[in-house]
Design a protein around this ligand. Sequence first.
Ligand SMILES: C[S@@+](CC[C@H](N)C(=O)[O-])C[C@H]1O[C@@H](n2cnc3c(N)ncnc32)[C@H](O)[C@@H]1O
Length: 253
Amino acid sequence: MAFDVSGDAYDRFMGRYSRELAPVFADFAEIGLAGTVVDVGCGSGILTEELAGRLGAEQVAAADPSPLVEACAARVPGADVRKGAAEALPWPDDSFDAALAQLVLHFLDDPVAGLVEMGRVVRPGGVVAASSWNFSEMLLVRTFWQAARSVVPAAPSETLEVASLEGFAELGRRAGLEDVEPAPLEVSSRYESFDELWDSFQLGVGPAGDFCASLDPEQRNAVRDKYRRRIGDPEGSFTLGAEAWALRGRVPS
Ligand SMILES: C[S@@+](CC[C@H](N)C(=O)[O-])C[C@H]1O[C@@H](n2cnc3c(N)ncnc32)[C@H](O)[C@@H]1O
């Protein structure tokens, strides 16, 4: 299972990007210094921690269906952290002022249904916000699947069902949210060496980590070499950029 990993493994692979994204996404979602919020698909709790820093842990709840939820509970003592999926959140209607989902919608079979459920637990007039990778501008993952397909043509990919920022915002409108605003959010991560990057794929995190683990050693080395070439054969440190699409809307009053 792609997220049956330790919080540390998650943080080394994807969490390094989540950490950059969390404050920018929380600002975009208009999370200030008051109110209650739920972090949906909280993973190891990087956004949860950002929210607790603003609002106080007692004002923050979080849910995730994977074992990573335990890392979140340990990271943010005092928050109401529960095992649960976006499609069936374990809280009653109108429980929060806001619901946020960072890098989660592309894992849902039905992202609109997930947004509807987030809206259910938010009071009328409250905020529902989500962000997801624009995979064509997320170099870490895009490069991996390009390299993987050049070695294993049948390799899968990671995509979102929409092809533009406006299409992403449309998911919010289809979920019945009002005043939906989209925004591109830019982040990046610095690696000290190519080995640091490649080692992070060996931790089994997410669909790319899962796929990497399924390769035989020869295939894995071939993907590694293609990857390295695609990012310009870096010697020493380098930075990879990524863009997330975000939407923010209000639950109708
Ligand atoms: C890329 S991680 C993002 C984690 C965290 N939000 C962050 O920003 O670091 C994707 C997360 O979505 C979770 N997830 C997968 N399916 C889900 C579902 N149906 N409902 C809620 N979360 C889900 C995974 O368990 C994983 O923790």
